[in-house]
Design a protein around this ligand. Structure first.
Ligand SMILES: CC(C)(COP(=O)(O)OP(=O)(O)OC[C@H]1O[C@@H](n2cnc3c(N)ncnc32)[C@H](O)[C@@H]1OP(=O)(O)O)[C@@H](O)C(=O)NCCC(=O)NCCS
Length: 246
C-alpha cells in the first residue's frame, strides 16, 4: 500500500508519493505551498533603501554559517554577552544553528523574537533581531544584531536597526526600545547614539572566562527616535499579529 503524507489530494506531494515505489529513492521534497501558509511570520518582509529583512528560514542557514565563519569581529575583542563566536569553527556554527532553531521554536506571543536575515543585493550580510516580552502590555522591544566584517562600517548596521525600530514604533505600536552594548563596542554605541538612544544604566558582566566587562544599557522612545529620511516598507504583517501577541 502507498503511504501518503496527506489525504487532502490537493498538491503535487500527493501525486509524487502515489508514484513512489517502496524500496526506491527519489526526491520527495517539493513544497506544494510556501511554509508561510502555515507559519505566517515567514511571510513578513521589511525593506529599506538598500536592504531586505526577512525572518530566518532553514534555507538561509548555509549562507549564515559561511558569514559567521568568515568572521564577525576581531578575535581579541568580544562584543556579545554570550561569547558564542569563541571556539572551534565547527562548534561556533553548531551553536549558532542550535540557537537559531531554538529561538524560533521557543517564541511565544508573550515572549517573542524574530531573527531577521539582512540581505543587500540578495547577499546575506548579517542578522537583526527584534524581541518583545509581554509586549501587548509593556510596548517595549529589544534588539540585537551583527554583520559580517566585510559589510561593517557602511551604515548598514544603522539602516537595519532603524528598519526594525520604525516597524516596531509605527506598525506594532511599541512605545520604547531597549538595547545594550559593552562600553568598548564603539560601533554599536555609535549606531545607538545616531538613532537617539540615551544611556539607561550599566551592568557588570563576565563576558569571557575570567573577564569582567561593563555593559551600557540604552533606551529610546517613539518620540525621541531619530528617524531617517526614508520609511520602512513592509508586507505580510496582518497574519503575524498573533505572533506578536497583538
Ligand atoms: C555593531 C554593528 C552591527 C554596526 O554595524 P555597522 O554597519 O558597522 O555600523 P554603521 O556603519 O551603521 O555605523 C557605525 C558607526 O560607528 C562609528 N565607529 C566605528 N568605529 C568606531 C570607533 N572605533 N570609535 C567611534 N566610532 C566608531 C562609525 O563612524 C559609524 O558612525 P558614523 O556613521 O556616524 O560615522 C557591526 O559593526 C557589527 O556587526 N559589529 C560586530 C558585532 C556587534 O558588535 N554586534 C552588536 C553587539 S551589541
Amino acid at each position: 500500500m502507498t503511504v501518503r503524507p496527506s489525504n487532502r489530494g490537493d498538491g503535487p506531494t500527493v501525486e509524487l508519493w502515489a508514484a513512489w515505489q517502496p524500496g526506491t529513492l527519489r526526491d520527495v521534497s517539493p513544497t506544494p505551498r510556501p511554509l508561510a501558509a502555515y507559519w505566517p511570520i515567514f511571510g513578513l518582509q521589511l525593506a529599506t533603501p538598500r536592504l531586505v529583512l526577512t525572518p530566518l528560514q532553514d534555507v538561509d542557514l548555509p549562507e549564515a554559517c559561511e558569514l559567521i565563519l568568515a568572521g564577525i569581529h576581531d578575535r581579541a575583542v568580544m562584543p556579545f554577552a554570550v561569547p558564542w563566536t569563541d571556539g572551534a569553527p565547527a562548534d561556533v556554527v553548531a551553536n549558532a544553528l542550535k540557537f537559531y532553531w531554538s529561538s524560533r521554536a521557543s517564541s511565544t506571543p508573550d515572549n517573542w523574537s524574530v531573527q531577521f536575515t539582512v540581505r543587500r543585493q540578495g547577499v546575506l550580510v548579517g542578522m537583526q533581531d527584534l524581541r518583545g516580552k509581554d509586549f501587548a502590555v509593556t510596548r517595549t522591544v529589544g534588539t540585537g544584531s551583527w554583520l559580517g566584517r566585510s559589510h561593517q562600517g557602511q551604515g548598514i548596521g544603522t539602516e537595519m536597526r532603524s528598519a526594525v525600530l520604525q516597524f516596531a514604533f509605527d506598525h506594532l505600536r511599541a512605545d520604547r526600545a531597549d538595547s545594550e552594548a559593552f562600553t568598548d563596542n564603539r560601533q554599536s554605541l555609535a549606531v545607538s547614539r545616531k538613532l537617539g538612544y540615551r544611556p539607561d544604566g550599566t551592568a557588570v558582566l563576565r563576558r569571557r572566562p575570567g573577564e569582567r566587562a561593563v555593559e551600557q544599557r540604552l533606551t529610546v522612545d517613539r518620540s525621541t527616535f531619530v528617524r531617517p529620511d526614508w520609511m520602512v516598507q513592509f508586507r505580510g504583517l496582518p497574519a503575524c499579529l498573533p505572533y506578536f501577541g497583538l
